[in-house]
Design a protein around this ligand. Structure first.
Ligand SMILES: Cc1cc2nc3c(=O)[nH]c(=O)nc-3n(C[C@H](O)[C@H](O)[C@H](O)COP(=O)(O)OP(=O)(O)OC[C@H]3O[C@@H](n4cnc5c(N)ncnc54)[C@H](O)[C@@H]3O)c2cc1C
Length: 558
C-alpha cells in the first residue's frame, strides 16, 4: 500500500552574469539539493523556454529567483511571463543595490514575494531563511506534490465529516472517496474491510489502515504531536485559537518554556472564517485558515510546543505548579496556565436537528463542505458577521443562499461592509423575522420547516444544507468552582473579581489579581472565554500577548 515518493520540486534561478548565476545555483544546491532540483539559466528568454518544458513534463516549480538587471528582458518582465507558466511558484527579485523603483514595480506588477539584495553572504543568514519561508508557504498552498492520506466513508456519515474536517483544519493533505465510487470500493477491499468494518476507513501515506479512528489516534498517525515532550513548563496554554496562539508566540519568543494544548485544530473560530477583513495589517483580508497557519508556524519557530487532539478536562493547583489534566488521562505541569478555550456555537433547538448534525446540518462554516454545495440551495441561520461571511462564501458556488434571521433586520447584528456585500450578491436572499422550527430527513437533511415568528405561519423548504450560526457559549463546563465565572460561564478576571473592593473567596495572596488573572493565582484567561471580552481576532491576540506579560510578573514573584 506504500506509495512512490513524490517528485522533487524545482527551484529556478536566472542571472545574466554566469559567475553569479553559478554561485547562486551552488548555494541553493548545497542547502536544497537533496529535496529539490535546481535549474540555472543565464537569460530570461532561455529560462522561460525551460520553464515551459518543465510544465509539459508535469514538473512542479516551487520558487523562481530572477536578477533585476538583465539585458533584453529584465527580471520583472521575466517574472511576469514566468507567472503565466507557473502562477503558484514563489517569486524573488535579486538586485545588486537597493532600487526603490524596481521594488515598487516588482510588487505592483508581479506581486513579488521577496526582494533580495546581492551578495547575500553568509547565505545561512540572508538567503536560506527567506527560501525556507517561501518553500514552506508554497507547500502549504497545496501546489506541492504530496503523499496524501485517504479517507473512505459514507457521504452522509457525521463521523466521516468530522474526520475530513479534522484533517483539513490541521492542514493534513487528504483525498476523500465515497464508499459508492469505484476507487473507494477498491480501497476498502484492499484494506480488508467488510460490511462490519467501522467507517470511515483512513489509509495513511505509509499504508497504515485505521477504522473510524478517534481524533487523538488520527493525529498521532498522521504526524501531529499528541504528547508533551517535557516534564515541566513555564506556561501551559489551553486552546489554540487566536488568543492561545498569540500567547504561545509571545511566551516562546520571550524565552518561556511554552506548551499549547488544542483539542481539534489550531485557529479556533477564526480558523473557520472564510475571510477576515478587519484584522490589522491585511487590507485585502485573509482567510482564517491562512492566518491560523501563519500563527502556528510563528509559535513553533519561536520554540513553542504544540500538543494536538487532546481535550483538557481540569486545571488544578499542586503547590506552586498549575496542572492541566486531559480527558483521556495524562497531565501537563507548569508554573502558570493561560485559559484560551474560546466559545462554541450554540445548538439549534428544534426537532430533527440533532440526529442530522454532520449529515447536512453543520455548526459554523464547515468549509470542507463548500465544494459539495456547488449548484445547491443552501440555508444559513443567523444574522451576525460569522453568518454573513459564510453566506458570501457559499454564494460563490451554490445556486442560492437563503439567510434565515430571527431579528427584524441585519443592521443591529452585522457590520455594514458585509451587509453591502450581501445586498450586492445576486444569489443571496435575506429573510428576516423567521427561524427554523424543524429539520426533516432520514439519513441526511432533506428539508426544513421555517417559522414566521410574528404570524406563526409555517413553510416547508427543500434543502440538504443548513449552516447554523446562532451565537456562542463559553467552553468552560470542564472548570471547577475554584475558577470564578459569570452566570453564562464566562471567566472573571482581574478587577471583575473584586466585589466591593474585596478579593475573591480563597484568594490567599497579599495583592489583587492581575488584570487577566482568574480567581486562581497563576491561572490567566485570554480571548472570547473571558467575561466581557470583545469577541474579535485582534482583541483575542492582544489579550494573549498581555497575559504573557502578566505571567512574567507572576513568575518574578514566585
Ligand atoms: C465564522 C467566523 C468568522 C469570524 N470572523 C471574524 C472577523 O472577520 N473578524 C474578527 O475580528 N473576528 C471574527 N470572528 C470572531 C473571532 O474568530 C473570535 O473572536 C476569535 O477566534 C476568538 O479567539 P479565542 O482564541 O479567544 O477563541 P477560539 O477562536 O474560540 O479558540 C478557542 C480554541 O480552544 C480550543 N479548546 C476549547 N476547549 C478546549 C479544551 N477543553 N481543551 C483543549 N482545547 C480546547 C478550541 O478547540 C479552539 O481551537 C469570527 C468567528 C467566526 C466563528
Amino acid at each position: 500500500m506504500a506509495e512512490p515518493d513524490a517528485p522533487r520540486p524545482v527551484i529556478v534561478t536566472v542571472d545574466d552574469d554566469p559567475s553569479v548565476s553559478r554561485a547562486v545555483a551552488r548555494d541553493l544546491r548545497r542547502q536544497y539539493g537533496a529535496g529539490h532540483r535546481i535549474l540555472r539559466g543565464e537569460s530570461g528568454r532561455e529560462t522561460l523556454d525551460a520553464l515551459k518544458d518543465l510544465k509539459l513534463r508535469g514538473e512542479q516549480v516551487a520558487v523562481i529567483l530572477a536578477d533585476y538587471r538583465m539585458p533584453q528582458m529584465n527580471g520583472i518582465e521575466f517574472l511576469e511571463q514566468a507567472m503565466d507558466v507557473y502562477p503558484a511558484a514563489r517569486r524573488v527579485l535579486l538586485t545588486a543595490y537597493a532600487d526603490t523603483d524596481a521594488a515598487i514595480q516588482a510588487i505592483n506588477l508581479v506581486d513579488v514575494d521577496h526582494y533580495l539584495l546581492k551578495p547575500w553572504d553568509p547565505p545561512e543568514e540572508k538567503l536560506y531563511p527567506v527560501l525556507d519561508d517561501l518553500l514552506r508557504s508554497w507547500r502549504a498552498s497545496g501546489h506541492a506534490p504530496v503523499r496524501e492520506t485517504k479517507v473512505v466513508g459514507h457521504r452522509w456519515s457525521s463521523r466521516s465529516f468530522e474526520v475530513r474536517d479534522f484533517l483539513a483544519r490541521n492542514r493534513v493533505p487528504y483525498r476523500w472517496y465515497a464508499t459508492t465510487e469505484p476507487e473507494g470500493a477498491r480501497l476498502l477491499t484492499a484494506a480488508g474491510a467488510d460490511e462490519d468494518t467501522a467507517i470511515p476507513v483512513v489509509v495513511t501515506p505509509d499504508g497504515q489502515v485505521l477504522h473510524a479512528p478517534s481524533d487523538a489516534e488520527l493525529a498521532a498517525r498522521v504526524g501531529l504531536s499528541v504528547d508533551p515532550a517535557e516534564e515541566f513548563y513555564d506556561v501551559v496554554v489551553v486552546g489554540g485559537g487566536p488568543a492561545g496562539l498569540g500567547a504561545a508566540v509571545y511566551a516562546a519568543s520571550e524565552g518561556l518554556r511554552t506548551v499549547l494544548v488544542e483539542r481539534t485544530a489550531t485557529g479556533g473560530q477564526a480558523g473557520q472564517s472564510s475571510r477576515i477583513e478587519n484584522y490589522l495589517g491585511f487590507p485585502d483580508g485573509i482567510s482564517g485558515s491562512q492566518l491560523a497557519e501563519r500563527a502556528r508556524r510563528q509559535a513553533v519557530k519561536f520554540g513553542a510546543e504544540l500538543v494536538s487532539a487532546r481535550d483538557v478536562s481540569g486545571v488544578e493547583v499542586e503547590g506552586a505548579a498549575r496542572v492541566v489534566r486531559f480527558v483521556d488521562g495524562g497531565t501537563i505541569a507548569a508554573h502558570t496556565a493561560i485559559l484560551a478555550t474560546g466559545v462554541a456555537y450554540r445548538q439549534l433547538d428544534a426537532p430533527g436537528v440533532e440526529p442530522l448534525t454532520g449529515r447536512g446540518v453543520f455548526y459554523g462554516a464547515a468549509l470542507t463542505e463548500a465544494m459539495s454545495c456547488a449548484d445547491q440551495d443552501v440555508y444559513v441561520v443567523g444574522g451576525a458577521n460569522s453568518a454573513g461571511q459564510a453566506a458570501l462564501h457559499f454564494a460563490q458556488r451554490s445556486r442560492s443562499v437563503t439567510m434565515l434571521v430571527r431579528g427584524p433586520s441585519l443592521t443591529a447584528s452585522m457590520s455594514s461592509y458585509l451587509i453591502d456585500q450581501i445586498e450586492a450578491a445576486p444569489n443571496v436572499t435575506v429573510r428576516t423575522g423567521v427561524t427554523v422550527c424543524e429539520a426533516h430527513g432520514t439519513d441526511h437533511l432533506e428539508g426544513l420547516t421555517v417559522l414566521d415568528v410574528a404570524t406563526g405561519a409555517k413553510e416547508q423548504v427543500t434543502t440538504s444544507w443548513l449552516f447554523v450560526f446562532i451565537g456562542a457559549a463559553p467552553r468552560t463546563d470542564w472548570l471547577d468552582e475554584s475558577v470564578s465565572r459569570d452566570e453564562h460561564g464566562f471567566v472573571y478576571a482581574g478587577p471583575d473579581l473584586l466585589v466591593d473592593g474585596e478579593r475573591p473567596e480563597g484568594w490567599a495572596l497579599e495583592r489583587d489579581p492581575y488584570h487577566l488573572e482568574t480567581s486562581v493565582p497563576g491561572v490567566f484567561v485570554a480571548g472570547d472565554v473571558r467575561a466581557d471580552s470583545v469577541k474579535r481576532v485582534a482583541s483575542a491576540v492582544g489579550e494573549g500577548a498581555m497575559a504573557v506579560m502578566l505571567v512574567h510578573r507572576y513568575l518574578e514573584r514566585l
